[in-house]
Design a protein. Structure first.
Length: 228
């Protein structure tokens, strides 16, 4: 049917205009729907990518659902690559930061730590990522990790200091330790058994849910920074 064949009376037009005005008022009163969508790039490694988990149960999809459940119109882009180091994240940053990106989560450093790479190199790579974000005026949530003691106290001190130091220097939001929500609920052996996959490195679906519940409000604040 062509539009020209519809016989719309003036009365119908007036009613339609009133209806549209009413709908506009309803939607303007709902900030979660009226707010402009925000695109958040999640730049990371296997912890971001959702290694070992079924589709839809990794960090990014669970985080996006949490945000939407809390009234945020957000798209979280999964830029997690399993096995990536801070150097790898930096190398692909340019083409990952498309014009649509409004904010960024940086969750890198775990593979640097597992390989015992020089913390100075990790710091330098992460700093370059934050410099690029600042140049593009993108707010950032920097997600840290704590090194185990097996590389010695000097390594642990230098690695652990990377994230709070850079967050302060570049005015980034900080989640100090990705795994802290798990060990806050149980001691380390108990957390590994309940919340981790058999490899002891990657969180299970339940573990990711606990992490997202903790980190969600920080990402929500990041989204508001991007909007403002």
């Amino acid at each position: 049917m062509h539009l020209a064949s519809l016989n719309l009376s003036p009365r119908y037009g007036a009613l339609r205009a009133m209806r549209n005005m009413s709908l506009a008022l309803v939607f303007s009163a709902m900030p979660s729907l009226a707010a402009e969508d925000v695109t958040v790039l999640a730049l990371g490694d296997s912890l971001t990518a959702g290694y070992g988990l079924p589709e839809g149960e990794g960090f990014v999809p669970q985080l996006q659902q949490w945000l939407r459940d809390h009234g945020q119109a957000v798209e979280v882009v999964n830029a997690g690559v399993s096995g990536d180091t801070t150097a790898g994240g930096l190398a692909r940053l340019g083409w990952s930061l498309t014009p649509e990106v409004d904010a960024m989560i940086v969750n890198l450093g775990g593979n640097d730590m597992l390989r015992g790479l020089d913390p100075g190199l990790s710091r330098s790579n992460l700093e370059a990522i934050l410099k690029e974000a600042r140049a593009r005026e993108l707010p950032v949530l920097l997600v840290g990790l704590e090194a185990p003691g097996n590389y010695g106290p000097d390594y642990k001190r230098d690695f652990d200091a990377i994230f709070p130091d850079l967050a302060r220097s570049y005015e980034a939001d900080l989640e100090a330790n990705f795994f802290a929500p798990l060990t806050a609920r149980l001691d380390e052996p108990g957390a590994r058994q309940r919340y981790m996959q058999p490899d002891g490195i990657h969180p299970s679906t339940e573990g990711v849910a606990v992490i997202v519940e903790e980190i969600g409000p920080r990402v929500q604040a990041l989204v508001e920074r991007a909007r403002n």
